[in-house]
Design a protein. Structure first.
Lengths: 351, 546
């Protein structure tokens, strides 16, 4: 629509829109632009008109006008009401953007100075590139190995900081095939501006062709190898001693802790329990049994391990789903439009 | 008065009555002065130097960005934008109006002979200078590459630059800001002349009172943040770095708890200046005086409740974010109220177009755009799209340069005759105002588009499709940079050769215009008694420049 203006051809005035959600956010953007334009014109015209009309004229004295409560209330309340629309509209879309659909495919992203490393569930790895199928929701679970990064894809109007020590997440559902930019948008050091890449949205056939490229086993298979190598299986899978919880059928299910709380065994919980086992002890088990793996395993290894643990719980329910009936734990009550917080705070330093 | 002053040069005395400038000569008379006007001049010279240094870095940043790959290596570019940010924020914007015009005018406008604590006032300037020297040393020795925000754990663990030196500079300068705020608050409470009731105070005073509150309550918190950065960096105590048990988000909470209110430290005094200028050149009391005064206090208080809007995409809880988004829209109201009232002040006035008024017009326009684009960033869904892009850069500069720097120039032009006793070249002043307005818009309007297209801030290199807009921006910055030099030249000329201004060249109202230009050391021979409201303007009389 802009191409007809030849002298503007070099300037892309409309960012590509590659998902339905991006279109929704753009609608809000144009609404804000329209309100701002009206207000700016109002003020500019007001200033220019008053300055011209009431410019100093011989024989015309200024008339003292001290104020008007009616006007003050009017120009406080009306803008505020308009701003409430902005607030509500923006918060509503934001809510949706933080709540990935249940069918979203989970892809893992690790940020480090200065690259993005991507791991697909089937074991495929990419660097500074992300291939996703058209029309399917994708949830990115993201971790940082060093400083704060921020994963941004302008074509989908999505962005989330990737904070070390946390899992962060964002999701998007591409509706237009294409080649779009990835930026790091939190300053992260010397080569910050080179922490960029491309996301390729492929139609299903192309995606299948791309995905059939060789990989060294699925993510879960890679995790299984680590699980054995690090000796996890001795206690967590086979053990009869009962010193550790058995990790079958635990993924995304409630776990009762020794301090009486009940938490969901989601990615963030599992990550924390691998790196700092004493942070949350399952009821009935002792602390200080398992060694800390902090500094021993990379974020990528942890992601592989979690994928393996997930595979030990066939048909794991979606994170925000209802509890299985057999679970004795009190049901975790959540409001209707619940948001699963992607980022979980680190545990307190150990006692 | 008991004390009689003997000017040290008899010739000067013959020409000119004794004033704060000619009462004593020699470097000691400046470096050991406790006169609020002389300290204001010390500040004016110091912040001008820092403005030139910070501006030079801005020019280098813009020149670098004319090429998609950049002209300098990224390590250098990162140091350039950090130096620009640290110097401009901590050493120009924060002290700009309060420490110069505020220092000069606040006691005079309320009928006092000095600030409540003249020695602490001098101390504040020395703290500023020491802080500035630390910052300049950090920049000269090898630079800082963290951005002015010092985000952890990059600043505490990963950066190999002069973080501690720069943080020490900002820390020390913070105390200069605290002492200035303290002095203002005590002076306003305790030293108003008889009859100068709260509701008779000029709006300039209200703005500085509100600013003082933020300086006292907010600045210690950023000092804590900087100390914690130092503790983690030097002693490796885990505070912010998760590898040693800290939380990076904690830093952002502490940092923005100050740094958001700090933008109101920067803009509120500017709003005070604009209220004075528009009233004078409309020959009217500002429309809705009480509402403008109250909105300054409202901004100061609400400004403390919105810091979380810098953190919508950091992993802060969604519900926390929603509360901060909501509160942020509240703080937009008092700012809007001010803009409407300034516009309405001209209604049925007698408007003239002297250069301070031109700057005030520019302020209203640019601040309006700066404020409205802030709404895009307080709306959560659009903030997700715009966070960390050039949209934020443009928004911030519209408020800080289009707002604050323009207001500073409005104030300098308005009060120059009082400060120096001389007039400047009005045609040159009008020319400079127009050039600054044009150059500013050409610099920063393209950056809104860049941000919407997704160009991240703090990028040493960028995709080629962004080049046209970047070159436009640099062209604007070149005009802007040279335009800022014009006032420095004609004001300096006027200081020595300008025609005498007389006591009240604008026929403005207020105690500052009833005393001699330049004022005597103690401002008033006899403490004045105030018998009328502020801004009791009548019709223009024929101008008389002595």
């Amino acid at each position: 629509m802009w191409a007809s203006y030849r002298f503007l051809a070099d300037i892309p005035f409309v960012a590509p829109i590659a998902s339905k959600e991006a279109g929704q956010i753009d609608l809000l953007w144009w609404f804000l632009c329209a309100v701002s334009l009206v207000m700016t014109v109002l003020i500019f015209v007001g200033v220019i008109a008053f300055a011209f009309k009431y410019r100093k004229k011989p024989g015309v004295d200024p008339v003292p006008v001290h104020g008007s409560n009616v006007l003050e209330i009017t120009w406080s309340v009306i803008p505020f009401l308009v701003m409430l629309v902005m607030f509500w509209w923006g918060a509503d879309l934001f809510f949706d953007s933080q709540n990935p659909p249940k069918d979203a495919e989970e892809i893992f992203v690790v940020g480090k100075q200065w690259m993005w490393k991507v791991q697909h569930p089937d074991g495929t790895r990419e660097m500074n590139a992300l291939h996703v199928p058209l029309g399917k929701a994708v949830k990115l679970t993201m971790a940082s190995e060093d400083v704060i990064h921020s994963f941004s894809m302008p074509a989908f109007r999505v962005r989330h900081d990737v904070v070390p020590g946390h899992y962060d997440a964002l999701w998007f559902r591409p509706t237009k095939a294409g080649h779009y930019r990835i930026f790091c948008t939190e300053y992260c050091g010397d080569r910050h501006s080179q922490m960029i890449g491309f996301v390729d949205v492929l139609n299903q056939d192309d995606y299948n062709t791309w995905a059939s490229g060789g990989s060294t086993g699925t993510l879960a298979e890679q995790g299984q190898q680590l699980f054995t190598q690090n000796g996890c299986s001795t206690c967590h899978l086979l053990a009869e001693q009962g010193r550790c919880p058995i990790l079958k059928n635990v993924y995304n299910k409630p776990v009762e802790l020794s301090d009486g709380r009940t938490v969901i065994a989601d990615d963030a919980y599992l990550r924390e329990s691998i790196l700092e086992p004493n942070a949350k002890i399952v009821k009935g088990y002792d602390a200080n049994v398992m060694p800390n793996f902090k500094g021993q395993l990379s974020e990528e290894n942890v992601i592989q391990l979690i994928a393996y643990i997930k595979s030990l719980s066939p048909a794991a329910p979606a994170p925000t789903g209802t509890q299985p009936g057999a679970a004795p734990a009190p049901a975790v009550k959540k409001p209707k439009a619940v948001i699963k917080e992607a980022a979980v705070k680190l545990p307190q330093p150990q006692q | 008065m008991a004390t009689t002053y003997h000017p040290s040069t008899p010739e000067a005395a013959a020409e000119e009555p004794v004033n704060y400038l000619n009462v004593q000569y020699g470097w000691k008379s400046w470096l050991f002065t406790t006169d609020h006007k002389r300290i204001a001049m010390l500040y004016l010279w110091s912040i001008t130097v820092m403005f030139i240094v910070g501006g030079a870095f801005a020019m280098l940043v813009r020149i670098h960005l004319t090429q998609p790959q950049g002209l300098f290596p990224p390590e250098i570019y990162n140091r350039l934008f950090t130096a620009h940010g640290v110097i401009m924020i901590f050493f120009f914007l924060i002290p700009s109006i309060p420490a110069t015009l505020g220092n000069f005018l606040l006691p005079i406008q309320i009928g006092a002979k000095d600030l409540a604590f003249p020695r602490i006032n001098l101390l504040s300037w020395y703290l500023y200078v020491v802080g500035a020297l630390f910052a300049i040393y950090a920049v000269a020795a090898g630079g800082i590459d963290t951005g002015w925000t010092f985000y952890a754990p990059f600043s505490t663990t990963f950066s190999n630059s002069y973080v501690l030196t720069a943080a020490t500079g900002a820390f020390i300068a913070g105390f200069s800001s605290i002492t200035t705020g303290l002095n203002f608050i005590v002076t306003v409470h305790k030293m108003r002349a008889p009859g100068m009731t709260w509701m008779r105070m000029p709006l300039f005073i209200w703005a500085h009172y509100a600013t003082g509150l933020i300086q006292i309550l907010g600045t210690p918190v950023v000092a804590i943040a900087l100390v914690l950065v130092a503790v983690e960096r030097v002693m490796h105590v885990g505070i912010f770095d998760p590898n040693v048990g800290g939380d990076p988000i904690l830093f952002q909470h502490i940092f923005w708890f100050y740094s958001h209110p700090a933008v109101y430290i920067m803009i509120l005094p500017g709003m005070g200046v604009i209220s004075e200028v528009i009233a004078c050149f409309s020959r009217k009391r500002p429309f809705g005086y009480e509402f403008i005064a109250a909105s300054s206090m409202g901004i100061a208080i609400l400004g403390f409740l919105v810091w979380g809007h810098h953190m919508f995409v950091t992993g802060q809880s969604v519900y926390t974010g929603i509360v901060f988004s909501f509160l942020t829209f509240f703080v937009a109201v008092p700012s809007a109220v001010k803009v409407f009232n300034w516009t309405a002040t001209m209604y049925k006035g007698s408007v003239t177009f002297e250069s301070p008024m031109l700057y005030a017009f520019a302020f209203i326009g640019l601040f309006t755009i700066g404020g409205l684009t802030g709404l895009f960033l307080s709306t959560m869904a659009t903030d997700v799209a715009l966070h960390g892009t050039y949209f934020v850069v443009a928004h911030f500069h519209f408020v800080m340069v289009g707002g604050m720097v323009v207001a500073f120039l409005a104030g300098i032009h308005f009060y120059w005759p009082k400060i120096s006793g001389r007039m400047y070249s009005e045609p040159w002043a009008k020319f400079a105002a127009l050039m600054i307005f044009a150059g500013f818009n050409l610099t920063f309007l393209p950056q809104f588009v860049l941000g919407y297209l997704g160009m991240p801030r703090r990028y040493a290199a960028y995709p080629e499709e962004f080049q046209v807009l970047n070159v436009l921006s640099t062209a604007g910055a070149t005009i802007l940079g040279f335009s800022f030099l014009i006032p420095m030249i004609y004001l300096t000329y006027s200081w020595f050769f300008g025609p005498k201004a007389g006591n009240n060249p604008w026929q403005a109202k207020g105690l500052e215009w009833e005393i001699q230009s330049p004022p005597t050391t103690f401002n008033f021979d006899v403490t004045p008694t105030v018998t009328e409201e502020a801004y009791n303007y009548g019709p223009w009389e024929e101008k008389q420049i002595a």
